[in-house]
Design a protein. Structure first.
Length: 327
């Protein structure tokens, strides 16, 4: 039994900033944050992304510097996305040892070593000329099983380039098992798999598709990404990925799916990531630019909400900035 008013006065524990810090139920740490980074082949200087103010497509040199800056801010990890100069139907650049992401992985590791976890997004949409996350059938659908073969090859190429974590985001059935098998067979049993287990077919991805130049040329991704009304299905996807060997799992997007983050957090005993996606970032930046909200306060409030829902790590484009503020 708890006391009632006037004996119980919960405001006593909110009176000062020091008191609020002392009794805070969750906290965001720099080490909880992962910075997504885009690197583009064939550009001479970083290219701003208009729909994501403050985010750029990096050159290899600028990515090196940004990686060092992020590690100095004590972020927990970096995840790399590549934009190749040439795309084709099977996404050949994705597993090319001289492909842009493989080169950038080596660059990042040369600069920061093991001071942050270096991850690679593992998908085909940035590398295919049609913009879908897998190879296509003769009638234009995504061929799930043929795509698994490509994912296995990409995982091995990324591991050979030094990736400590590969993060499959294509939502193909069986992708974690295929990737885990390929890594183990190639001698990369120590490379971890962070599965995009509950990745929804969301409208919040628009700015990312500008950044990664990966909008589908036809159709959409609703046939393989998860349907927004469903959360039971998210749990099924998560549990299947864990059974297939995922070391950690992810919910994407974060804010519109905090209920899913909470359900997954309560159901699993592996680390849980949530991706604060490009549309979430762009909305806050646009509103702040118009003077409609306190940008810095909203950044920290949203990150806290994601942690409070149960995420152990947060992928966010504010990772380095937030890490500095938290320090």
């Amino acid at each position: 039994m708890s006391a009632s008013f006037p004996v119980a006065r919960p405001r006593r524990l909110r009176r000062t900033a020091a008191m609020r810090r002392l009794v805070a139920e969750v906290a965001v740490r720099p080490a909880d944050l992962v910075l997504p980074m885009f690197v583009k082949e064939g550009i001479a200087e970083p290219q701003p992304i208009p729909s994501m103010p403050g985010v750029v497509q990096h050159t290899r040199d600028s990515l090196r510097k940004a990686a060092v800056d992020a590690v100095e801010a004590r972020v927990g990890g970096l995840i790399l996305f590549g934009i190749p100069a040439v795309k084709d139907g099977r996404g050949s650049a994705a597993d090319d040892p001289a492909g842009i992401v493989q080169l950038a992985l080596r660059d990042a590791i040369a600069e920061v070593g093991e001071d942050a976890v270096i991850m690679a997004d593992l998908c085909l949409d940035e590398y295919t000329d049609h913009g879908h996350c897998g190879v296509l059938t003769a009638v234009g659908g995504v061929d799930n099983d043929a795509t698994l073969e490509r994912y296995g090859a990409i995982a091995v190429a990324q591991a050979a380039a030094g990736a400590q974590v590969v993060a499959p985001s294509g939502m193909m059935d069986g992708q974690v098992a295929a990737i885990r098998g390929a890594l183990d067979q190639a001698g990369y049993a120590d490379v971890a798999v962070l599965a995009y287990s509950a990745k929804y077919a969301s409208g919040f991805y628009g700015p990312f598709r500008d950044a990664a130049e990966c909008a589908p040329r036809f159709g959409d991704r609703a046939a393989y990404q998860q349907d927004p009304p469903n959360s039971d299905e998210a749990l099924r996807e998560v549990l299947l990925d864990i059974e297939e060997g995922a070391d950690a799992v992810m919910v994407k997007p974060a804010l519109a799916y905090l209920d899913v983050v909470r359900r997954v957090a309560e159901a699993v005993d592996v680390p849980l990531a949530a991706y604060q996606v490009s549309g979430e970032y762009a909305m806050v930046e646009a509103a702040a630019a118009n003077g409609w909200l306190d940008r810095d306060r909203i950044i920290m409030e949203t990150l806290t909400a994601i942690r409070r829902a149960g995420a152990d790590m947060i992928l966010t484009y504010w990772a380095d900035e937030a890490a500095r503020a938290l320090a």
